[in-house]
Design a protein around this ligand. Structure first.
Ligand code: AMP
Ligand code: GLY
Length: 435
Protein backbone atom coordinates (compact mmCIF):
# COMPACT_ATOMS: atom_id res chain seq x y z
CA UNK A 1 0.00 0.00 0.00
CA UNK A 2 1.37 3.43 -0.88
CA UNK A 3 1.72 5.94 1.97
CA UNK A 4 -0.67 8.42 0.44
CA UNK A 5 -3.73 6.67 -0.89
CA UNK A 6 -5.48 8.55 -3.67
CA UNK A 7 -8.79 9.81 -2.29
CA UNK A 8 -11.55 9.44 -4.81
CA UNK A 9 -15.00 10.87 -5.23
CA UNK A 10 -17.34 8.21 -6.54
CA UNK A 11 -20.84 8.46 -8.02
CA UNK A 12 -23.01 5.35 -7.87
CA UNK A 13 -26.03 5.17 -10.19
CA UNK A 14 -29.18 3.37 -9.03
CA UNK A 15 -31.73 3.11 -6.26
CA UNK A 16 -32.30 -0.54 -5.36
CA UNK A 17 -31.07 -3.09 -2.85
CA UNK A 18 -28.21 -3.89 -5.22
CA UNK A 19 -27.06 -0.29 -5.05
CA UNK A 20 -27.37 -0.20 -1.26
CA UNK A 21 -25.10 -3.26 -1.06
CA UNK A 22 -22.64 -1.68 -3.53
CA UNK A 23 -22.72 1.62 -1.61
CA UNK A 24 -22.14 -0.21 1.69
CA UNK A 25 -19.11 -2.00 0.22
CA UNK A 26 -17.74 1.11 -1.56
CA UNK A 27 -18.12 3.18 1.62
CA UNK A 28 -15.61 0.90 3.40
CA UNK A 29 -12.88 1.59 0.83
CA UNK A 30 -9.66 3.27 1.94
CA UNK A 31 -9.57 4.86 -1.54
CA UNK A 32 -12.85 6.71 -1.01
CA UNK A 33 -13.24 10.39 -0.24
CA UNK A 34 -16.95 11.05 -0.87
CA UNK A 35 -19.59 8.65 -2.17
CA UNK A 36 -22.61 10.08 -3.99
CA UNK A 37 -25.58 8.08 -5.18
CA UNK A 38 -28.11 9.10 -7.85
CA UNK A 39 -30.88 8.84 -6.86
CA UNK A 40 -30.28 6.39 -3.96
CA UNK A 41 -32.88 5.45 -1.35
CA UNK A 42 -33.64 5.69 2.38
CA UNK A 43 -31.00 3.10 3.28
CA UNK A 44 -28.29 4.36 0.94
CA UNK A 45 -28.54 7.78 2.63
CA UNK A 46 -26.75 6.29 5.63
CA UNK A 47 -23.57 5.62 3.59
CA UNK A 48 -23.71 8.06 0.66
CA UNK A 49 -24.90 11.53 -0.29
CA UNK A 50 -28.05 10.93 -2.31
CA UNK A 51 -28.53 13.34 -5.19
CA UNK A 52 -31.45 13.89 -7.54
CA UNK A 53 -29.64 13.43 -10.84
CA UNK A 54 -31.54 11.61 -13.60
CA UNK A 55 -29.34 8.81 -15.01
CA UNK A 56 -31.29 8.94 -18.27
CA UNK A 57 -29.97 12.48 -18.80
CA UNK A 58 -26.32 11.76 -19.62
CA UNK A 59 -25.54 15.46 -19.92
CA UNK A 60 -26.80 16.03 -16.37
CA UNK A 61 -24.70 13.12 -15.05
CA UNK A 62 -21.59 14.52 -16.76
CA UNK A 63 -22.29 18.02 -15.42
CA UNK A 64 -22.70 16.63 -11.90
CA UNK A 65 -19.40 14.74 -12.21
CA UNK A 66 -17.62 17.93 -13.26
CA UNK A 67 -19.16 20.03 -10.49
CA UNK A 68 -18.31 17.50 -7.78
CA UNK A 69 -14.90 16.29 -9.00
CA UNK A 70 -16.15 12.75 -9.52
CA UNK A 71 -13.24 10.45 -10.33
CA UNK A 72 -15.21 7.28 -10.92
CA UNK A 73 -18.81 6.34 -11.71
CA UNK A 74 -20.25 2.92 -10.84
CA UNK A 75 -23.38 2.06 -12.82
CA UNK A 76 -25.72 -0.39 -11.05
CA UNK A 77 -28.69 -1.09 -13.37
CA UNK A 78 -28.81 -2.29 -16.97
CA UNK A 79 -30.94 0.45 -18.52
CA UNK A 80 -28.28 3.23 -18.36
CA UNK A 81 -25.65 0.71 -19.55
CA UNK A 82 -27.68 -0.28 -22.60
CA UNK A 83 -28.38 3.43 -23.19
CA UNK A 84 -24.62 4.13 -23.43
CA UNK A 85 -24.00 6.08 -20.22
CA UNK A 86 -20.51 4.58 -19.86
CA UNK A 87 -19.65 5.54 -23.47
CA UNK A 88 -20.80 9.12 -22.92
CA UNK A 89 -18.87 9.38 -19.64
CA UNK A 90 -15.74 8.04 -21.38
CA UNK A 91 -16.17 10.65 -24.14
CA UNK A 92 -16.26 13.30 -21.41
CA UNK A 93 -13.06 11.86 -19.88
CA UNK A 94 -14.80 10.33 -16.84
CA UNK A 95 -13.93 6.77 -15.83
CA UNK A 96 -16.79 4.40 -15.13
CA UNK A 97 -17.46 0.81 -14.18
CA UNK A 98 -19.71 -1.04 -16.61
CA UNK A 99 -19.78 -2.08 -20.26
CA UNK A 100 -20.16 0.10 -23.35
CA UNK A 101 -23.58 0.15 -25.02
CA UNK A 102 -22.34 -2.33 -27.62
CA UNK A 103 -21.02 -4.77 -25.02
CA UNK A 104 -24.21 -4.29 -22.98
CA UNK A 105 -26.05 -5.88 -25.90
CA UNK A 106 -25.18 -9.15 -24.14
CA UNK A 107 -28.16 -8.25 -21.93
CA UNK A 108 -29.93 -5.80 -24.23
CA UNK A 109 -30.51 -8.26 -27.08
CA UNK A 110 -31.11 -11.98 -26.75
CA UNK A 111 -30.40 -12.45 -30.47
CA UNK A 112 -27.00 -10.75 -30.03
CA UNK A 113 -26.07 -13.22 -27.29
CA UNK A 114 -27.38 -16.27 -29.16
CA UNK A 115 -25.32 -15.27 -32.23
CA UNK A 116 -22.22 -14.87 -30.04
CA UNK A 117 -22.87 -18.36 -28.64
CA UNK A 118 -23.11 -19.74 -32.23
CA UNK A 119 -19.95 -17.97 -33.33
CA UNK A 120 -17.81 -19.02 -30.37
CA UNK A 121 -19.33 -22.41 -29.59
CA UNK A 122 -20.79 -21.49 -26.22
CA UNK A 123 -23.27 -24.09 -24.89
CA UNK A 124 -26.82 -22.72 -24.87
CA UNK A 125 -30.38 -23.78 -25.76
CA UNK A 126 -31.05 -24.43 -29.47
CA UNK A 127 -32.97 -21.50 -30.93
CA UNK A 128 -34.40 -19.57 -33.81
CA UNK A 129 -34.53 -15.76 -34.02
CA UNK A 130 -37.33 -14.01 -35.94
CA UNK A 131 -38.47 -10.53 -36.92
CA UNK A 132 -41.92 -11.63 -38.10
CA UNK A 133 -44.74 -13.73 -36.70
CA UNK A 134 -45.18 -16.04 -39.72
CA UNK A 135 -41.66 -17.47 -39.59
CA UNK A 136 -41.68 -17.68 -35.79
CA UNK A 137 -45.00 -19.56 -35.89
CA UNK A 138 -43.70 -21.95 -38.55
CA UNK A 139 -40.57 -22.68 -36.48
CA UNK A 140 -42.58 -23.30 -33.30
CA UNK A 141 -45.02 -25.53 -35.14
CA UNK A 142 -42.13 -27.59 -36.50
CA UNK A 143 -40.39 -27.83 -33.10
CA UNK A 144 -43.52 -28.54 -31.01
CA UNK A 145 -44.14 -27.70 -27.33
CA UNK A 146 -43.04 -27.28 -24.59
CA UNK A 147 -40.94 -24.41 -25.87
CA UNK A 148 -39.72 -21.00 -24.69
CA UNK A 149 -40.66 -17.70 -26.38
CA UNK A 150 -38.60 -14.60 -25.59
CA UNK A 151 -38.84 -10.96 -26.56
CA UNK A 152 -35.42 -9.90 -27.89
CA UNK A 153 -34.99 -6.67 -25.91
CA UNK A 154 -35.13 -5.49 -22.30
CA UNK A 155 -38.59 -6.22 -20.92
CA UNK A 156 -38.09 -5.78 -17.16
CA UNK A 157 -38.29 -9.52 -16.52
CA UNK A 158 -41.57 -9.92 -18.44
CA UNK A 159 -40.15 -11.01 -21.76
CA UNK A 160 -39.98 -14.82 -21.29
CA UNK A 161 -42.96 -17.11 -21.87
CA UNK A 162 -42.48 -20.74 -20.94
CA UNK A 163 -45.11 -22.31 -23.23
CA UNK A 164 -46.38 -25.75 -22.23
CA UNK A 165 -48.52 -26.10 -25.33
CA UNK A 166 -48.34 -25.10 -28.97
CA UNK A 167 -51.44 -22.92 -28.52
CA UNK A 168 -49.73 -20.93 -25.74
CA UNK A 169 -46.54 -20.63 -27.80
CA UNK A 170 -48.36 -19.31 -30.87
CA UNK A 171 -50.36 -16.86 -28.74
CA UNK A 172 -47.13 -15.59 -27.14
CA UNK A 173 -45.60 -14.98 -30.56
CA UNK A 174 -48.70 -13.11 -31.74
CA UNK A 175 -48.75 -11.00 -28.54
CA UNK A 176 -45.08 -10.09 -28.89
CA UNK A 177 -45.41 -9.00 -32.52
CA UNK A 178 -48.66 -7.20 -31.68
CA UNK A 179 -46.59 -4.98 -29.39
CA UNK A 180 -47.49 -6.30 -25.90
CA UNK A 181 -43.88 -5.69 -24.82
CA UNK A 182 -43.27 -2.59 -26.90
CA UNK A 183 -40.05 -2.37 -28.89
CA UNK A 184 -38.52 -5.23 -26.85
CA UNK A 185 -40.81 -7.65 -28.70
CA UNK A 186 -40.19 -6.55 -32.28
CA UNK A 187 -37.81 -9.50 -32.54
CA UNK A 188 -38.51 -12.85 -30.94
CA UNK A 189 -36.20 -15.68 -29.91
CA UNK A 190 -37.69 -19.17 -29.71
CA UNK A 191 -35.73 -21.62 -27.59
CA UNK A 192 -35.52 -25.24 -26.60
CA UNK A 193 -36.80 -25.69 -23.00
CA UNK A 194 -33.73 -26.68 -20.97
CA UNK A 195 -34.13 -29.06 -18.03
CA UNK A 196 -32.03 -28.94 -14.87
CA UNK A 197 -31.31 -26.71 -11.89
CA UNK A 198 -30.61 -23.02 -12.41
CA UNK A 199 -27.63 -21.18 -10.96
CA UNK A 200 -25.93 -17.86 -11.59
CA UNK A 201 -22.25 -17.21 -11.95
CA UNK A 202 -20.56 -13.83 -11.70
CA UNK A 203 -17.20 -12.68 -13.08
CA UNK A 204 -15.43 -9.36 -13.59
CA UNK A 205 -13.74 -8.73 -16.92
CA UNK A 206 -11.62 -5.82 -18.13
CA UNK A 207 -12.03 -6.93 -21.73
CA UNK A 208 -9.15 -9.40 -21.53
CA UNK A 209 -8.51 -10.59 -17.97
CA UNK A 210 -11.19 -12.31 -15.92
CA UNK A 211 -11.63 -12.47 -12.16
CA UNK A 212 -14.27 -15.02 -11.19
CA UNK A 213 -16.57 -13.92 -8.39
CA UNK A 214 -19.01 -16.41 -6.83
CA UNK A 215 -22.02 -18.43 -7.84
CA UNK A 216 -25.49 -17.69 -6.44
CA UNK A 217 -29.08 -18.84 -6.73
CA UNK A 218 -32.24 -16.80 -6.43
CA UNK A 219 -35.96 -17.41 -6.02
CA UNK A 220 -37.99 -15.64 -8.70
CA UNK A 221 -41.53 -16.68 -7.69
CA UNK A 222 -43.46 -14.57 -5.19
CA UNK A 223 -44.63 -17.29 -2.81
CA UNK A 224 -43.32 -20.25 -0.81
CA UNK A 225 -42.66 -23.47 -2.67
CA UNK A 226 -41.56 -21.43 -5.74
CA UNK A 227 -45.24 -20.72 -6.52
CA UNK A 228 -47.05 -17.60 -7.69
CA UNK A 229 -46.09 -14.88 -10.16
CA UNK A 230 -42.54 -14.11 -11.29
CA UNK A 231 -40.80 -11.24 -9.52
CA UNK A 232 -37.43 -9.53 -9.73
CA UNK A 233 -36.27 -12.02 -7.05
CA UNK A 234 -37.62 -12.75 -3.55
CA UNK A 235 -34.34 -13.92 -2.06
CA UNK A 236 -30.92 -15.32 -2.92
CA UNK A 237 -27.91 -17.05 -1.47
CA UNK A 238 -24.27 -17.58 -2.35
CA UNK A 239 -22.36 -19.64 -3.10
CA UNK A 240 -24.72 -22.09 -4.83
CA UNK A 241 -24.01 -25.57 -3.46
CA UNK A 242 -24.72 -27.12 -6.88
CA UNK A 243 -21.73 -25.25 -8.34
CA UNK A 244 -18.90 -27.66 -7.60
CA UNK A 245 -15.31 -26.69 -8.44
CA UNK A 246 -15.62 -28.83 -11.53
CA UNK A 247 -18.78 -27.04 -12.71
CA UNK A 248 -17.18 -23.66 -12.02
CA UNK A 249 -14.10 -24.63 -14.06
CA UNK A 250 -16.36 -25.79 -16.88
CA UNK A 251 -18.43 -22.57 -16.75
CA UNK A 252 -15.24 -20.51 -16.92
CA UNK A 253 -13.65 -22.42 -19.81
CA UNK A 254 -16.76 -23.08 -21.92
CA UNK A 255 -18.89 -19.99 -21.27
CA UNK A 256 -17.16 -17.02 -19.61
CA UNK A 257 -13.73 -17.22 -21.29
CA UNK A 258 -15.06 -17.70 -24.86
CA UNK A 259 -17.47 -14.80 -24.28
CA UNK A 260 -14.72 -12.43 -23.16
CA UNK A 261 -12.41 -13.60 -25.98
CA UNK A 262 -15.20 -13.40 -28.52
CA UNK A 263 -16.22 -9.90 -27.54
CA UNK A 264 -12.58 -8.74 -27.71
CA UNK A 265 -12.08 -10.43 -31.07
CA UNK A 266 -15.12 -8.61 -32.44
CA UNK A 267 -13.58 -5.31 -31.32
CA UNK A 268 -16.23 -4.77 -28.61
CA UNK A 269 -14.45 -5.82 -25.40
CA UNK A 270 -16.64 -6.42 -22.36
CA UNK A 271 -15.62 -4.41 -19.29
CA UNK A 272 -17.74 -4.86 -16.22
CA UNK A 273 -19.48 -7.68 -14.40
CA UNK A 274 -20.82 -10.61 -16.39
CA UNK A 275 -23.75 -12.31 -14.73
CA UNK A 276 -24.34 -15.64 -16.43
CA UNK A 277 -27.73 -17.28 -15.88
CA UNK A 278 -27.03 -20.99 -16.22
CA UNK A 279 -29.00 -24.19 -16.49
CA UNK A 280 -27.05 -27.09 -15.04
CA UNK A 281 -28.21 -29.81 -17.45
CA UNK A 282 -27.26 -33.48 -17.70
CA UNK A 283 -24.79 -32.37 -20.40
CA UNK A 284 -23.20 -29.69 -18.22
CA UNK A 285 -23.82 -25.95 -17.73
CA UNK A 286 -25.63 -24.13 -20.53
CA UNK A 287 -26.07 -20.37 -20.83
CA UNK A 288 -29.69 -19.19 -20.44
CA UNK A 289 -28.89 -15.50 -20.56
CA UNK A 290 -26.34 -12.85 -19.73
CA UNK A 291 -26.87 -9.80 -17.60
CA UNK A 292 -24.23 -7.08 -17.72
CA UNK A 293 -24.57 -5.89 -14.11
CA UNK A 294 -24.77 -7.37 -10.65
CA UNK A 295 -27.96 -9.29 -9.85
CA UNK A 296 -30.53 -7.88 -7.52
CA UNK A 297 -30.74 -9.43 -4.86
CA UNK A 298 -27.68 -11.62 -5.71
CA UNK A 299 -25.35 -8.63 -5.31
CA UNK A 300 -26.41 -8.26 -1.68
CA UNK A 301 -25.10 -11.72 -0.77
CA UNK A 302 -21.93 -11.31 -2.83
CA UNK A 303 -21.10 -8.03 -1.07
CA UNK A 304 -21.56 -9.60 2.35
CA UNK A 305 -19.08 -12.34 1.40
CA UNK A 306 -16.48 -10.07 -0.24
CA UNK A 307 -13.48 -9.44 2.03
CA UNK A 308 -11.38 -7.42 -0.44
CA UNK A 309 -11.86 -3.77 -1.31
CA UNK A 310 -14.66 -3.45 -3.88
CA UNK A 311 -13.62 -0.01 -5.14
CA UNK A 312 -10.06 -1.14 -6.04
CA UNK A 313 -11.46 -4.14 -7.90
CA UNK A 314 -14.01 -2.11 -9.91
CA UNK A 315 -11.37 0.51 -10.68
CA UNK A 316 -8.91 -2.14 -11.87
CA UNK A 317 -11.69 -3.52 -14.06
CA UNK A 318 -12.31 -0.14 -15.69
CA UNK A 319 -8.56 0.47 -16.10
CA UNK A 320 -7.77 -2.87 -17.81
CA UNK A 321 -5.58 -4.15 -14.98
CA UNK A 322 -7.61 -6.97 -13.49
CA UNK A 323 -4.48 -9.13 -13.83
CA UNK A 324 -3.31 -7.33 -10.67
CA UNK A 325 -6.40 -8.29 -8.69
CA UNK A 326 -7.04 -11.31 -6.49
CA UNK A 327 -10.16 -11.24 -4.42
CA UNK A 328 -10.59 -12.67 -0.96
CA UNK A 329 -13.91 -13.99 0.27
CA UNK A 330 -15.33 -14.93 3.63
CA UNK A 331 -15.91 -18.66 4.00
CA UNK A 332 -19.41 -20.00 4.60
CA UNK A 333 -22.45 -18.56 2.87
CA UNK A 334 -24.73 -15.54 2.78
CA UNK A 335 -28.48 -15.45 2.28
CA UNK A 336 -30.93 -12.60 1.72
CA UNK A 337 -34.68 -12.51 2.29
CA UNK A 338 -36.62 -9.89 0.33
CA UNK A 339 -39.44 -8.15 2.21
CA UNK A 340 -41.92 -6.77 -0.30
CA UNK A 341 -45.07 -4.66 -0.08
CA UNK A 342 -48.26 -6.78 0.00
CA UNK A 343 -49.56 -7.01 -3.57
CA UNK A 344 -46.12 -7.05 -5.25
CA UNK A 345 -45.45 -7.88 -8.09
CA UNK A 346 -48.94 -6.47 -8.78
CA UNK A 347 -50.29 -3.20 -7.39
CA UNK A 348 -49.25 -2.26 -3.83
CA UNK A 349 -49.62 0.65 -1.43
CA UNK A 350 -46.83 3.08 -0.65
CA UNK A 351 -46.06 5.05 2.49
CA UNK A 352 -46.38 2.50 5.31
CA UNK A 353 -43.90 2.86 8.16
CA UNK A 354 -41.27 0.20 8.91
CA UNK A 355 -40.03 -0.23 12.48
CA UNK A 356 -37.49 -2.46 14.20
CA UNK A 357 -34.74 -2.04 11.61
CA UNK A 358 -32.17 -1.07 14.25
CA UNK A 359 -32.76 -4.20 16.31
CA UNK A 360 -32.77 -6.44 13.24
CA UNK A 361 -29.58 -4.93 11.83
CA UNK A 362 -27.78 -5.30 15.17
CA UNK A 363 -27.83 -9.12 14.94
CA UNK A 364 -24.47 -10.79 14.33
CA UNK A 365 -23.33 -10.65 10.66
CA UNK A 366 -26.66 -9.21 9.53
CA UNK A 367 -27.05 -6.27 7.14
CA UNK A 368 -30.37 -4.80 6.12
CA UNK A 369 -30.13 -3.42 2.60
CA UNK A 370 -32.93 -1.13 1.52
CA UNK A 371 -34.50 -1.61 -1.90
CA UNK A 372 -37.51 0.69 -1.86
CA UNK A 373 -37.58 3.00 1.14
CA UNK A 374 -37.58 6.70 1.89
CA UNK A 375 -36.20 8.27 5.05
CA UNK A 376 -37.64 11.25 6.92
CA UNK A 377 -35.41 11.83 9.94
CA UNK A 378 -35.52 8.50 11.76
CA UNK A 379 -38.72 7.39 10.08
CA UNK A 380 -38.42 4.83 7.28
CA UNK A 381 -41.32 4.30 4.90
CA UNK A 382 -41.90 1.77 2.14
CA UNK A 383 -42.08 3.32 -1.33
CA UNK A 384 -41.40 0.35 -3.61
CA UNK A 385 -42.47 -3.21 -4.41
CA UNK A 386 -39.35 -4.91 -3.14
CA UNK A 387 -38.56 -2.90 -0.01
CA UNK A 388 -35.91 -4.56 2.18
CA UNK A 389 -33.21 -7.22 1.75
CA UNK A 390 -32.53 -8.83 5.10
CA UNK A 391 -29.11 -10.37 4.60
CA UNK A 392 -26.99 -12.61 6.83
CA UNK A 393 -23.63 -14.38 6.63
CA UNK A 394 -22.86 -17.60 8.49
CA UNK A 395 -21.10 -20.97 8.26
CA UNK A 396 -23.40 -22.42 5.61
CA UNK A 397 -26.65 -21.60 3.79
CA UNK A 398 -28.73 -23.22 6.55
CA UNK A 399 -27.12 -21.13 9.30
CA UNK A 400 -27.37 -17.95 7.20
CA UNK A 401 -31.05 -18.75 6.61
CA UNK A 402 -31.68 -19.10 10.37
CA UNK A 403 -29.93 -15.80 11.08
CA UNK A 404 -31.66 -13.89 8.26
CA UNK A 405 -35.10 -15.04 9.45
CA UNK A 406 -34.19 -14.12 13.06
CA UNK A 407 -33.62 -10.59 11.75
CA UNK A 408 -36.84 -10.62 9.69
CA UNK A 409 -38.74 -11.51 12.90
CA UNK A 410 -37.52 -8.27 14.51
CA UNK A 411 -38.90 -6.07 11.72
CA UNK A 412 -42.29 -4.57 12.43
CA UNK A 413 -43.99 -3.93 9.10
CA UNK A 414 -47.53 -5.34 8.86
CA UNK A 415 -47.94 -4.10 5.28
CA UNK A 416 -45.07 -6.29 4.05
CA UNK A 417 -44.68 -9.97 3.17
CA UNK A 418 -41.81 -12.35 2.52
CA UNK A 419 -41.15 -15.95 1.61
CA UNK A 420 -40.37 -18.25 4.52
CA UNK A 421 -38.36 -20.80 2.51
CA UNK A 422 -35.50 -18.87 0.87
CA UNK A 423 -32.59 -21.27 0.35
CA UNK A 424 -34.66 -24.47 0.71
CA UNK A 425 -32.96 -26.30 -2.13
CA UNK A 426 -29.46 -25.49 -0.86
CA UNK A 427 -30.34 -26.38 2.74
CA UNK A 428 -31.71 -29.72 1.53
CA UNK A 429 -28.47 -30.36 -0.34
CA UNK A 430 -26.39 -29.38 2.72
CA UNK A 431 -28.44 -31.69 4.95
CA UNK A 432 -28.07 -34.57 2.50
CA UNK A 433 -24.34 -33.92 2.33
CA UNK A 434 -23.93 -34.07 6.11
CA UNK A 435 -25.74 -37.41 6.52
P1 AMP B 1 -34.21 -14.99 -18.90
O1 AMP B 1 -34.87 -13.65 -18.78
O2 AMP B 1 -33.72 -15.35 -20.25
O3 AMP B 1 -33.24 -15.27 -17.79
O4 AMP B 1 -35.36 -16.03 -18.49
C1 AMP B 1 -36.02 -15.92 -17.26
C2 AMP B 1 -36.22 -17.29 -16.70
O5 AMP B 1 -36.93 -18.13 -17.62
C3 AMP B 1 -34.92 -18.05 -16.44
O6 AMP B 1 -34.37 -17.73 -15.20
C4 AMP B 1 -35.39 -19.48 -16.51
O7 AMP B 1 -36.04 -19.87 -15.30
C5 AMP B 1 -36.43 -19.44 -17.57
N1 AMP B 1 -35.85 -19.80 -18.88
C6 AMP B 1 -35.44 -18.95 -19.83
N2 AMP B 1 -34.99 -19.63 -20.91
C7 AMP B 1 -35.14 -20.95 -20.64
C8 AMP B 1 -34.88 -22.15 -21.38
N3 AMP B 1 -34.40 -22.12 -22.63
N4 AMP B 1 -35.15 -23.32 -20.78
C9 AMP B 1 -35.67 -23.37 -19.54
N5 AMP B 1 -35.94 -22.26 -18.80
C10 AMP B 1 -35.68 -21.06 -19.34
N1 GLY C 1 -32.27 -11.43 -9.63
C1 GLY C 1 -32.39 -11.35 -11.02
C2 GLY C 1 -31.78 -10.18 -11.66
O1 GLY C 1 -31.11 -9.36 -11.06
O2 GLY C 1 -31.95 -10.05 -12.86
Amino acid sequence: MPDHLPQMNVLLIGSGGREHALAWALAKSPLLETLYCAPGNGGIEAVAKCVAVDAADHGAVIAFCREHDIDFVVVGPEIPLVAGLVDDLAQAGIQAFGPSATAAQLEGSKTFTKQLCDEFNIPTARYGSFDNAAEARAYVTAQGAPIVIKADGLAAGKGVIMAQTLVEALAAIDDCFAGSLGAAGSEVVVEEWLRGEEASFFALSDGKNIVPLLSAQDHKRAFDGDKGPNTGGMGAYAPAPIMTDELIACTMSEIIEPTVKGMAQRGTPFRGVLYAGLMITAEGPKLIEYNVRFGDPECQVLMLLLKSDLLSALLACAQDRLDQVTLEWHGGAALTVVMAAKGYPGAYDKGSEIKGLGKAGALYEVEIFHAGTARDGDKITAIGGRVLNVTARAGDVGAAQTQAYAAVAKIDWPQGFYRTDIGWRAVLRENEGSQ
